[in-house]
Design a protein. Sequence first.
Length: 311
Amino acid sequence: MTRNLAIGADIGGSHISCAAVDLSSGTVLKETLAEREVNNKAQAFEIIKVWSGAIAETLSKVRSGSVMGIGFAMPGPFDYVKGISYIKGVAKYENLYGFNIGDAILSSLEVPGDFGVRFINDVSAFAVGEASAGKGAGYNRVMCVTLGTGLGSAFTSNKIPVVDGPDVPRIGCVYHIPYEKGIADDYFSTRWFIGRYLEATGKELKGVKELSRLAGKDQVVDDLFSSFGNDLAVFLAPFLKNFRTEILIIGGNISNAYKHFGGIFENQLRKQGWTNKITLSDLKEDAALLGSAYLFDENFWRDVQHALPLM
């Protein structure tokens, strides 16, 4: 039997999504999609149980023996070679610290002995999916940014993540770059919007979706979106130019509010001297599913292994 499938698993802050991917056609098999809510403060065995349950559901929807393995799109810090989580100091998955995720998953599933488990950074997986089958297909040098709980970013050249060298910042992303009184992640994220709105109005909102509903009706909200778009462009422009980026692809929950800040963002990027293509992701979460499943594409696996220890 031909083994042409791999499972892509996208690990979010409070959920898992997984689906089988046909590597021969590069398509997500939507009928195999499984999703679960996850208590990210639970004990390790409880988290693994939920993840394994979702994966088992996807496996039940494909031909027995047709799947080569599971590729995980995982947030860091994480040892993407050994499959060990080092997440600490944040309010999610801390109980997985030092845990070998690969061994735990394999022991929870009924799979063949040669069934593989591989790992890649979650935003790198998103970027690989976009560069391979999304808006980045046809371009060589791609930068992807995910705007949401934090500032995710990744650079790809010929569909392979670039994580070192003179063209990109350390570890191939920008969230950790010093910015104003903190780092970029503090300012280009949901918590910045919520915090600034609270400071200005004394009112606490849950997220950018609520702010988006107030756009055009609340001057504070309009000013926040304007400031966000302008400052994000000024911050990203040097990295876009240094990498010689051909296309910038934007995803994440905040991208759903792009109409409120996109015009200012694009105008400021032009003023900063970067004039190439800007677009929103159409693949959205499918991009990470594709990118993680591609870890079982022989050619991609050969070319990406050097980057995994540096993510």
